[in-house]
Write a protein that binds this ligand. Structure first.
Ligand SMILES: NC(=O)C1=CN([C@@H]2O[C@H](COP(=O)(O)OP(=O)(O)OC[C@H]3O[C@@H](n4cnc5c(N)ncnc54)[C@H](OP(=O)(O)O)[C@@H]3O)[C@@H](O)[C@H]2O)C=CC1
Ligand SMILES: O=C(O)C(=O)[C@@H](O)[C@H](O)C(=O)CO
Length: 277
């Protein structure tokens, strides 16, 4: 399997990204620098993580050429109104200290606010000025994606959603795929909850001499999705990238697929109702 994937607008990004939620300040810079040193080239940030500055600093401290790194950030719900969204996008770029952000998403649809189409128009316009190169969304359901398509004619290149074995989001993944929208998986190893002790996955992991986390990430790759695991310590960063040298069988894929359950979300955040500002 290739370790790169092409988005619908032609942008090529790594198949495994690095989650940065809770990596802030100089400790955050150190953890993100370590991730870059260990081979990550795709950093998942957000305005609301308060670490776009740490991401930019880690990139500047590395010897890696800017165009080899994909920086992703996200627009908060409190800035969905068009003028505010335009300013927030500019502020995101300024915070990184970089010239542009590669992939910029609307973080949550916040459907009760009814402003996500305005926010989407702001992403479309900011893209024209080159501040953000590719545009997408996060936590959007089919009804939200349909509205974007109907009202602007522009579809996101990616939709970052919760995908992990206990909540595999199969219907939304299928909808994304039917529209050519790449699925990026958040909390791909379940935020290190009890899933990492799952006995069914542990048996599969043992048979491949891999860890449970590696089997979960490999399952996500074989679902043709893009996981963005977060790991502070170096050994875990390396472990989570070492997922290209083995393959799960179709039966193993089905076994992991069958672990999904209605109450399997890592947190109680249903995008149909969850509002995040
Ligand atoms: N768009 C959205 O709405 C959302 C996006 N996200 C994004 O997704 C990213 C990943 O999700 P996140 O919630 O951080 O959770 P993850 O599923 O990535 O799990 C992270 C946790 O797992 C631990 N860990 C990492 N690797 C291993 C390993 N190999 N073995 C055992 N433990 C391990 C980490 O520990 P440690 O750090 O101590 O090493 C950390 O506690 C976020 O950082 C963020 O970028 C997350 C939630 C919502
Ligand atoms: O981390 C993110 O990207 C989020 O959207 C947050 O909702 C996060 O999942 C969280 O739980 C913050 O309390």
């Amino acid at each position: 399997m290739e370790n790169l994937i092409k988005l619908s607008d032609g942008r090529i990004i790594p198949r495994v990204g690095f989650g940065t939620y809770l990596l802030n300040g100089y400790q955050g810079v150190n953890a993100i620098s370590s991730a870059l040193n260990n081979g990550y080239r795709f950093l998942d940030s957000a305005f609301n993580y308060d670490n776009e500055g740490a991401v930019g600093e880690a990139i500047r401290r590395s010897n890696i050429s800017r165009d080899e790194i994909t920086v992703l950030s996200k627009l908060p719900g409190r800035f969905h109104a068009y003028d505010q969204a335009i300013k927030a996008i500019q502020e995101s770029v300024l915070r990184t200290g970089l010239d542009y952000i590669d992939l910029y998403l609307i973080h949550w649809p916040n459907p009760n606010q009814k402003l996500y189409v305005e926010a989407w128009q702001a992403l479309i316009d900011s893209q024209k000025f080159g501040l953000i190169k590719s545009i997408g969304v996060s936590n959007f359901l089919p009804e939200h994606l349909e509205k974007l398509e109907q009202e602007t004619g522009v579809l996101p290149v990616a939709n970052e959603i919760e995908v992990q074995p206990y909540f595999n989001n199969a219907d939304l993944r299928a909808y994304n795929a039917s529209k050519g929208i790449a699925t990026i998986d958040w909390s791909p190893i379940g935020h290190a909850n009890q899933m990492l002790k799952d006995q069914t996955i542990a048996v599969i992991a043992a048979s491949h001499s891999k860890s449970v986390a590696q089997v979960i990430l490999r399952w996500e790759l074989q679902l043709n999705t893009i996981p963005v695991p977060k790991a502070t310590i170096q050994s875990r960063q390396l472990e989570n990238l070492a997922v290209f040298d083995f393959q799960l069988t179709e039966a193993e894929m089905q076994t992991i697929n069958s672990l999904t359950r209605p109450d399997g979300r890592t947190s109680n955040q249903d995008p149909a109702t969850h509002e995040e500002f």
